[in-house]
Design a protein around this ligand. Structure first.
Ligand code: HMG
Ligand code: MG
Length: 284
């Protein structure tokens, strides 16, 4: 059976690598992005303009954006926590940016040293500026099921933060199961609440695979109309500020799974496997 299109938003060069201990040379990061550019993605997150004191691995993001061979039709994305990050991303030539909020106060403090409200105060001028140059802004919500510091997170709280990001102009809201604690039931419950405020067509699932349930959670999200999923080649990654949050769900596995179900992803499995091998070899 052939179903409609499904998109994988590749986060390997950012979420996949940001937590690696080895000081990965810029040239290796560029080579990985160049390989991914051949696979058929529309969007690849490959940079993060955060404090190098907080996330040393993402220092040199400007050099990555400057060094990659840009493929036609691919948007190269970067994380930006504040105006400084936004300005740096714009100067470095990011095609789109992402702001990142948390559904829980504990993770917000540990990740960006700000409360949820303070984070939104930082985001507002970014959206204001981005609008004038037609820069697409994606919005992340972390800890959509569980926070490593505060425990379980209520679906209504996730919906509230997703609604704020969407209302301020984010074109898509990526829902992060940061610790991989989600189950098909808890993901569905959360999505039902979020769908009341953001249409399913503007949502993405960002499911870490720590609990080994990311694929089952993708299925639960598919059943509720989500058609965009974040994944990292080689299943690398995690957030340095979320203890126990190991790998992202692996792009090559998600692509296989979606194709088996009958969705069209437009991705070349062979190139994904090559990129996955490259990503794994980059680990410390
Ligand atoms: P702060 O210490 O509160 O900020 O950090 P500050 O304004 O006091 O600045 C401190 C220093 O950082 C200063 O430098 C600033 O210039 C510098 P100093 O005077 O000490 O030399 N600084 C910057 N440098 C470069 N780029 C910037 C920038 N801003 C300030 N943009 C801050 C606040 C937000 C900067 C910090 O907490 C930070 O960088 N956090 C980033 C955390 C992060 O990247 N986490 C991982 C990504 S989120 C994630 O992985 C989850 C996700 O995948 C979804 C999911 O799975 O849930 C998206
Ligand atoms: Mg993540």
């Amino acid at each position: 059976m052939t179903l409609g299109p499904c998109e994988i938003f590749e986060v390997g060069p950012r979420d996949g690598l940001q937590n690696e201990k080895r000081d990965i040379p810029v040239a290796e990061k560029i080579a990985l992005v160049n390989k991914l550019s051949e696979a058929g993605f529309s969007r690849i997150e490959c940079a993060s303009f955060v404090s190098p004191k907080w996330v040393p691995q993402m220092a040199g993001s400007d050099q990555v954006l400057a060094g990659i061979k840009r493929a036609e039709g691919v948007r190269y994305a970067a994380l930006t926590p504040n105006m400084r990050g936004y300005e740096d991303a714009r100067k470095a030539g990011a095609d789109e940016i992402a702001i990142f909020a948390s559904a829980s106060e504990g993770f917000s403090q540990k990740n960006i040293n700000a409360s949820i409200d303070e984070a939104f105060e930082r985001f507002a001028p970014i959206l204001e500026e981005a609008r004038h140059i037609d820069m697409p802004v994606r919005g992340y919500v972390s800890c959509v099921v569980e926070c490593p510091y505060d425990g379980p997170v209520a679906p209504e709280q996730v919906a509230k933060v997703a609604d704020r990001l969407f209302s301020m102009g984010c074109y898509e809201i990526s829902l992060g199961d940061t610790t991989g604690a989600g189950t098909p039931a808890s993901i569905a419950k959360m999505l039902l609440a979020v769908r009341n405020v953001v249409p399913a067509g503007r949502l993405a699932g960002h499911f870490h695979d720590t609990g080994g349930r990311a694929m089952a959670n993708i299925d639960a999200a598919l059943a509720l109309g989500v058609r965009v999923f974040d994944a990292a080649v080689g299943g690398l990654g995690g957030c340095p500020f979320a203890p126990g949050a190991e790998g992202n769900v692996a792009t090559e596995a998600v692509n296989k799974h979606l194709k088996t179900l009958g969705y069209k992803t437009g991705l070349n499995q062979e190139i994904l496997e090559e990129a996955a091998a490259m990503a794994r070899a980059m680990r410390g």
